[in-house]
Design a protein. Structure first.
Length: 362
């Protein structure tokens, strides 16, 4: 299984391999539009419908899609090239541990997102080809999010090409993960920015030392219970907590977060509107005795089911712990690598480790 869009990226929440969602697909390039302006022209106004075919919008785009604006300004002639395109995930670069002065205890996803949106000067071997000048020139590249997605996927670029070893190496830089993320969204009409708040709900972890192979498993929480987290490791589901995920790289150095999934939280005005609608619905139900009893029954039933699920998971964990304590030391270590309550790699696809005899890579 190979990460970074080879054969092992994950395009949704779950363990194991899957197809990675990429913003460089041909369809997205067809949907992107380009507007050219010079510095002497007035600021280009962006029309949401300009150059974008809205006759069909896929389910993936509706759920995970946002809109990004990239601007290139030539340093020689001040010519501006402006592009708009849809995206389904954001790729965030990580500083490499080797030769880096970054304090990993303070590095956050918010820092990586800020770096991603920071204007970049294209120069030296990374110059921009200016159509106005007709050759390579230094340029200023600026990226702004025009529309935030309902569900935001961030991909950590943990694999870089090592010229010395002629292969992709993994970047093990750790991050101080937080539950909240603020995405700056730009309004081109009045040239202002606002922040949309997102809440972390799932993380796909890659277990392995390189992009040549490895295993995936997932941490995810219940929508209405932010403190209730689970580990999905092949066919095994275990109870856990967010702190356990934050410490997984310390317990298992080769296990690092690869994909992080966020859900956009409603702003204050939307929340007030929603609360008002719920109040009206409650009054309507309250006028009917049968409706009132039906609502209470549904609420009570939901609580009973949730409590029973938690009880079942805890009994399953105790049973697994009791069973593993009666085995040999070797089988105990193997069961521990199956996921347990502390994460770690799976003994399914990926085996018990890269040095395990007979191990196969998917």
């Amino acid at each position: 299984m190979t990460p970074d869009g080879q054969n092992g990226g994950v395009g949704g929440v779950g363990a194991g391999s899957g197809q990675h969602l990429s913003t460089s697909s041909a369809k997205q390039k067809q949907n992107s539009d380009c507007v050219m302006r010079t510095a002497s022209d007035e600021r280009p106004e962006l029309d949401d419908d300009e150059g974008v075919d809205k006759s069909f919008v896929s389910l993936v785009q509706k759920v995970f899609g946002g809109k990004l604006q990239t601007t290139y300004e030539c340093s020689n002639c001040n010519h501006i090239s402006l592009h708009k395109e849809h995206f389904t995930d954001i790729h965030l670069a990580l500083p490499n541990r080797k030769g880096s002065s970054v304090d990993e205890t303070k590095l956050t996803m918010q820092d990586l997102l800020a770096t991603y949106l920071t204007p970049e000067t294209l120069k030296d071997d990374n110059q921009y080809h200016c159509d106005h000048c007709g050759n390579l020139q230094d340029a200023l590249k600026t990226m702004k999010v025009l529309e935030g997605p309902e569900y935001l996927i961030t991909t950590l670029m943990r694999f870089h090409y090592d010229r010395a070893q002629n292969r992709k190496s993994k970047v093990f830089t750790d991050i101080n993960y937080e539950l909240d993320l603020r995405l700056p969204v730009h309004n081109p009409k009045d040239n202002t920015d606002r922040e949309e708040k997102y809440s972390l709900y799932a993380v796909v972890v890659h277990s392995g030392y390189s992009s040549d192979g490895g295993h995936y498993y997932t941490y995810a929480r219940e929508p209405d219970r932010p403190d209730q987290w689970y580990i999905f490791n092949d066919s095994r589901v275990s109870l856990t907590n967010f702190q356990n995920f934050k410490n997984v790289s310390k317990t298992f150095p080769r296990d690092t977060a690869y994909l992080l999934f966020y859900h956009r939280e409603p702003d204050q005005s939307d929340q007030e509107t929603g609360d008002a609608a719920e109040g009206v619905e409650a009054n309507v139900i309250g006028n009917s005795s049968s409706g009132r009893h039906h609502g209470l029954a549904r609420s009570d039933l939901k609580m009973i089911v949730e409590a029973d699920n938690v009880k079942f998971m805890r009994e399953k964990e105790r049973s697994a712990s009791s069973s593993s304590s009666s085995t040999t030391t070797m089988s105990t270590n193997f069961n521990h690598r199956r996921g347990g309550g502390s994460g770690g790699s799976s003994g399914g696809c990926g085996g018990g480790g890269f040095n395990t005899p007979g191990r196969f890579i998917c």
